[in-house]
Write a protein that binds this ligand. Structure first.
Ligand SMILES: [Zn+2]
Length: 358
């Protein structure tokens, strides 16, 4: 696909969610909640979610696939609806059964549309529980389904931040599995159950900022796991805007310069919904550490009255940005291929669109 400047590049959107799933998925969740209302310790069985292939096609054709065509993007790295992960709900068996169904659906989507979607796993996290079940589910999704990454929730309590920071050894079981499988994690919270936070406004963006600060202050994380890769979504929250503050804090705390921290470990996506924000991101963060993304169909679905285009049509902002072709190609394609190393087995190097294999 050509970008807005006529550059031959594949356009990989590294952040999309299945926000349009058929109602049967939501009904399964409501049934889980009803069981929990009677017994908070209810031990769930996985059971079944009856959704046909035609229902899946119908749920995507008028939404994500339509937007891919309209916006001229090629491949979406696709995960279950983030606000529905709801790790704070119920107990570990609740999260395990729910997560497996959500990931099973993503797998079916990647089979129905192998050229349009690559799968990313939800993890069955649960507050106070270890990460062993998450490591097992990640392994299932990567080895059996061909998924290329996962979404890791730094706050499975849903806005109360009861888990240790991301540098703590609590998280090491999932880091070990990510390293073993060579897959990255997008650090992505779910819905806030703390009324002080609006889920997609303050909770998402403050979590992105918090995750970066936790990584910045983690003593051993990237020495223990030198190949670990994190994507901080939504443009990195407040981080690029306050880059000077974070650089100053790193200096005061005797931490390495932030460009050292980013290097091959920390990446930001482009889910920033206005041109000045994207321009700032591109000016502050090295092009090697930025991955194109839109998070469609996601949190902000309207049309910007100032531009007449959808807020989340982020390709327009990258097309219009004052950067060179080499950097634009890195952001649209090459960085995602590097971070999601398993994409290589889905894509060939030839052809203007990367020659997607089925
Ligand atoms: Zn998201």
């Amino acid at each position: 696909m050509r970008d807005g400047k006529g550059l031959d590049t594949m356009i990989i959107d590294c952040h999309g969610h299945y926000t349009t799933a058929p109602v049967e998925l939501g009904e399964y969740r409501e049934a889980q909640k009803a069981q929990l209302a009677r017994d908070a310790l209810f031990e769930h069985n996985k059971g079944v979610v009856r959704i046909s292939d035609d229902q899946i096609r119908d749920s995507l054709e008028g939404a994500q696939l339509k937007l891919q065509r309209e916006r001229h993007t090629d491949l979406t790295v696709f995960s279950p609806r983030a606000s529905w992960m709801g790790h704070h709900i119920g107990n570990p068996s609740t999260s395990r059964c729910w997560t497996e169904h959500c990931n099973d659906l993503i797998h079916r989507i990647t089979q129905l549309y192998p050229g349009n979607f690559a799968g990313v796993a939800q993890l069955p996290q649960s507050p106070g529980d270890g990460l062993q079940a998450s490591a097992a589910e990640l392994e299932r999704c990567v080895t059996e389904f061909g998924f290329v990454g996962c979404n890791l929730n730094p706050d499975p309590s849903g806005g109360y931040w009861t888990s240790p920071p991301l540098g703590d050894r609590y998280w090491y079981p999932i880091y070990e599995k990510m390293s073993e499988l060579d897959v990255p994690a997008m650090v992505h919270v779910s819905a806030a159950c703390n009324p002080c936070f609006h889920t997609t406004g303050s909770h998402y963006l403050s979590a992105d900022t918090t995750a970066f600060m936790q990584m910045m202050t983690a003593d051993d994380l990237f020495t223990d796991f030198p190949d670990l890769k994190f994507i901080i979504p939504h443009g990195g929250g407040a981080v690029p805007y306050h880059w000077g503050r974070f650089r100053g804090l790193a200096d005061m705390m005797g931490r390495p310069p932030l460009t050292e921290l980013l290097k091959c470990n920390v990446f930001f996506d482009t889910c920033v919904y206005h041109q000045p924000g994207i321009d700032l991101l591109l000016k502050v963060i090295p092009a090697d550490n930025i991955l194109f993304a839109s998070e469609m169909v996601g949190a902000v679905r309207g049309i910007d009255p100032e531009t007449g285009h959808h807020f989340d049509d982020t390709k327009r902002y990258i097309d219009a940005a004052d950067i060179g072709d080499a950097d634009r190609k890195k952001i649209f394609e090459l960085n995602s291929r590097r971070v999601f190393s398993h994409l290589a087995s889905r894509l060939t190097a030839d052809g203007p669109t990367g020659g997607v294999q089925s």
